[in-house]
Each structure stands twice: as structure tokens, then as C-alpha cells.
Design a protein around this ligand. Structure first.
Ligand code: HMG
Length: 445
């Protein structure tokens, strides 16, 4: 069977940042602890006036192609996943290909281009499409370029404003990948839900509290479906578990439920029995209500056990390091979590070749997907080439008034004269409107 997976990855953050605890919370009259401890977020990334989903996606893709020494002829498809698209017909991938053709030799005329939509899970779906295309033998030796790019902005005053972000992730999906090989096994949890949607509007309508419950319910379904094809999972099977991360506190909730599920009928449950008892079983109690109460009580105790805390510190915490600094990037978020985990473990000197990841993607509306990945020998070189730290440090830090201005500039319903806080440097920039209402771009040396 062909080995197919992610060969390389690039991350491009919006060039601005907002400090949530120091700047946003005081201006909103909130306790900074809500951000640092509750949501687990320190900063959000924002796009400067000349940045949008095209510039961020093209910049990530450009860096990736340069670093891998690729020409347009090496790419057989370009898929963009986004929920921030500005055109109902012409896909963002055509704009990104146009940008790349400005600076690379050759063109993408023989590459299949498209745009994927299913909230945040579309990034993973695009990776799947590329995987299937290669496994089907239709790629003629070429790779797929997948770009997940979003400006995750909420209406001013919406509770979601706390979890905003903006950035792009470009991934090269190839045969014999250098970073991770994807498992053929997948699990899905999918249902028609109305927790977060954008019915032809820029900013989402969100039922935040419900969205958290829907995330957990769909993720659980996906895990059970994954286990039905891949066999029961054990917490020690995976070096890292990157989840879709709208904010790290969400992952904290998902990880606890996942750990509880995975230790059932294992030696870990047995070892913990003396301390917190065994997990309640439905058949042992009279009603569903009594079962829910009992399982909640067990979970509350499990949360404070050393076994759980150690597992969380090793397997989950490293995946959250970048999300804390950038907020939610929607379609790119789970791919940022994977990169974050590998980056943290590379810094600590771990040898991860052959080790496995379990990846939990999620999109509102709603669908979760779970698959496994095997880390490849080239992983360290790939991750070290990202230079994540300097990219995050280079962002311009906004005052609250500047943040309000930036939000207005990107609000499609407002006509705000755009002030730029940074100067584009070796990157694509928005360059005004064309005669048919199309957006135009130029590369700034
Ligand atoms: P909120 O009402 O602003 O915040 O909504 P809160 O009052 O619930 O506080 C958040 C957490 O901080 C709580 O922790 C508080 O207790 C804690 P929890 O009880 O949940 O564990 N807290 C504090 N902790 C320590 N010290 C303090 C303090 N104050 C409070 N002083 C909400 C939060 C996430 C609902 C809101 O920001 C929101 O609506 N966000 C957008 C929706 C979202 O991100 N949902 C996540 C799941 S859906 C998803 O992931 C899909 C998505 O990415 C979209 C897509 O797929 O396209 C969003």
C-alpha cells in the first residue's frame, strides 16, 4: 500500500496581535484569568489592512514551495479550505495560484483547484481529498497543495470575540511523506446541528455554550467510529493528540473525556481504582440520570489524579503552545496543533520517528473526524524549518483602540479608511479592486 501523508507544512500568522489578558480583558471589564486560565489564551493574531485569506494562504504556500524546491509542475491540485471566502463562485485557490504565478517560474494550468467548506473540519477534509487522489493513482507523480486559511472574526461584543484569530497553514500532501503518514482508518461523528453558522453573513451566529457540547458529542462519536475500524485505543498508544483548538480550554474538556473513555477496562483504570473507584457502568445503575451523575462524579475525581495530569502534560499540553499565542484559525487550527506538538517535542530533543499521533478534527454544524498518523524520519527537519517563534514575536502588538480600528477595517459592512501598522516585506499584499469586483494582489519585495 502506498504511504501517503503530509510532506511539509508552513504556518503564516496575521501580522498583528492582541494581548488578551493585558489589553482586551481590562477594556472589556473582564478578569484576565478568564483568558489565561479559563479559555487558556494569551494572544490572538489579526490581519493587517493589506492582509486577508488570500495573502496569508499564498504567503504560507510560497514559503513551502521555496523551501521544498518545488515548481508549479510538481503540484497536481490546489485545495483551499476556508470559511471566510468572499466569493460564491470563484474559489480562493484561483487567487492563491495567481499570486504564486507572479513569483514562481511556470503556471498551475494543469492543477485541479477547488474550495472546501465544512466549518473548521474542511482543512482536514481537503487533506483527505488529496490523500484519496494520490491513493487512487490519479496524481501522475505530483503532490497536492492544501491551504487552510481564515480570518476568524466575530461581531464586536459577541462572546466569541474572546477566541478570534487569523492565519493560514499550507500543507504538501505527497507519496512517501517527510512529516507524517496518514492512517487509512478514520472515524466520523456527524449530525445536523445549529450551533455556529454564517448564513450569508460575515460574522458567525453562535450559541457558544451549545457549541462546546456539540464538539464533545461529535468527537465522542468519531472516536467510537474510529475504534470500530482501528481497534480500541489505549492512552499510551499516541505520543501526541492534536485536537481542533478553538481555545485550549475546549481541548482540556475533550481530552478528559477521551482519557476516561480510553482507560476503561485497562490497567490504568485498575490502578486508579483504589484512589477514585472504578468507572460506573450503565448496567450497574437504575436510570440514565443516575448513570450521568455517577460518571460526572468519577470524571471530576479523575481530573485531579496524577495519572491523568501526567498524560495531559505529555500528550496534550505541547499541542496547545501555538494556539495560546494565536487564537482560533478555524480550518488551520488542528494543523497548527499538530505542528505545535511536534515543535515542542523537537525542542525537548525527543526522537519521534515511527511514533504515532491521534488527530481529532472538528467543524461546527457539525462533524468530527479522527484518524491516526505515523511520524516520519524527516519530521525534525520539517518542523525546525518553520521558525515559529520568530514569526510570532515579529507581530505588531495592538492597543485596544487600534484593535477596534482593525476590526472595523475587516468588517465588510463598514467603510473605514485603512491604517497599516506594519509594512509588507517579501510577502503578498492586497492591492485594491479590479473592474469586475475581484480582489487584486501584488508581491512586495
Ligand atoms: P464566555 O461566556 O465568554 O466565557 O464564553 P465563560 O464565562 O464561559 O468563561 C470561559 C471559561 O473561563 C469558563 O471555564 C470559566 O469558568 C472560565 P469552564 O467553566 O468552561 O471550564 N473563567 C475563569 N477561569 C479562571 N479565572 C477567571 C475566569 N473567568 C471565567 N477569572 C465561549 C466562552 C467559548 C462560549 C465563547 O468564547 C464563544 O462563544 N466562543 C465561540 C464558539 C467556540 O469557540 N466554541 C467552541 C466549540 S465549537 C468549535 O470549536 C468550532 C469553531 O471553531 C467554528 C468552526 O468549526 O467553524 C468555533
Amino acid at each position: 500500500m502506498k504511504s501517503v501523508g503530509i510532506d511539509a507544512i508552513e504556518i503564516w500568522t496575521g501580522n498583528l496581535e492582541l494581548d488578551l489578558a493585558e489589553t482586551f480583558a481590562p477594556a472589556m471589564g473582564e478578569d484576565p484569568g478568564k483568558y489565561t486560565k479559563g479559555l487558556g489564551l494569551l494572544r490572538s493574531s489579526f490581519p493587517d489592512a493589506y492582509e486577508d485569506i488570500v495573502t496569508m494562504g499564498a504567503n504560507a504556500a510560497h514559503r513551502l514551495m521555496e523551501r521544498k524546491g518545488l515548481e508549479p509542475d510538481d503540484i497536481g491540485r490546489i485545495d483551499v479550505a476556508t470559511e471566510s471566502a468572499f466569493d460564491n463562485s470563484k474559489p480562493v485557490s484561483t487567487y492563491i495560484a495567481g499570486c504564486l504565478e507572479e513569483v514562481l517560474d511556470g503556471d498551475f494550468h494543469h492543477a485541479n483547484k477547488g474550495e472546501r467548506k465544512f466549518a473548521c473540519v474542511a482543512g482536514t477534509q481537503s487533506v483527505d481529498d488529496a490523500y484519496n487522489w494520490i491513493r487512487a493513482g490519479r496524481n501522475r507523480g505530483r503532490s497536492a497543495l492544501v491551504v487552510a486559511t481564515d480570518t476568524a472574526l466575530y461581531a464586536r461584543g459577541d462572546p466569541g470575540e474572546a477566541t478570534q484569530g487569523a492565519g493560514a497553514v499550507a500543507m504538501l500532501v505527497s507519496e512517501d511523506p517527510d512529516l507524517v503518514e496518514l492512517s487509512a482508518e478514520q472515524g466520523y461523528g456527524s449530525a445536523d446541528e445549529t450551533d455556529f453558522l454564517k448564513p450569508n453573513q460575515q460574522f458567525p451566529s453562535v450559541d457558544g455554550k451549545r457549541s462546546v457540547q456539540v464538539y464533545l458529542a461529535r468527537m465522542r462519536e468519531a472516536l467510537e467510529d474510529f475504534e470500530s475500524v482501528a481497534g480500541a485505543i489505549h492512552p499510551d498508544d499516541f505520543e501526541l493528540i492534536p485536537f481542533h483548538t478553538p481555545f485550549p480550554g475546549m481541548v482540556r474538556k475533550a481530552a478528559l473525556l477521551g482519557f476516561r473513555h480510553a482507560i476503561r477496562d485497562t490497567e490504568i483504570e485498575d490502578e486508579l481504582a483504589a484512589e477514585i473507584g472504578r468507572q460506573p457502568r450503565r448496567e450497574e445503575v437504575e436510570s440514565d440520570e443516575a448513570y450521568l451523575d455517577a460518571i460526572k462524579e468519577y470524571t471530576d475525581k479523575l481530573k485531579d489524579t496524577q495519572a491523568y495530569l501526567d498524560w495531559y502534560e505529555d500528550t496534550i499540553e505541547p499541542t496547545l503552545a501555538i494556539a495560546r499565542e494565536v487564537g482560533n484559525w478555524y480550518t488551520g487550527s488542528v494543523h497548527v496543533a499538530r505542528a505545535s506538538g511536534l515543535w515542542q517535542l523537537a525542542k525537548e530533543g525527543h526522537d519521534l520517528t515511527g511514533k504515532r499521533l491521534l488527530v481529532g478534527s472538528y467543524g461546527s454544524g457539525a462533524q468530527a473526524e479522527i484518524h491516526a498518523e505515523t511520524i516520519q524520519p524527516g519530521w525534525r527537519e520539517e518542523i525546525e524549518a518553520l521558525e515559529i517563534e520568530s514569526r510570532l514575536e515579529d507581530r505588531y502588538s495592538l492597543t485596544f483602540e487600534e484593535y477596534e480600528h482593525v476590526h472595523d477595517v475587516h468588517n465588510h459592512d463598514k467603510e473605514t479608511e485603512a491604517e497599516e501598522f506594519t509594512t509588507p516585506d517579501s510577502e503578498f499584499a492586497f492591492d485594491g479592486w479590479g473592474r469586475m469586483g475581484e480582489r487584486k494582489y501584488r508581491y512586495v519585495e
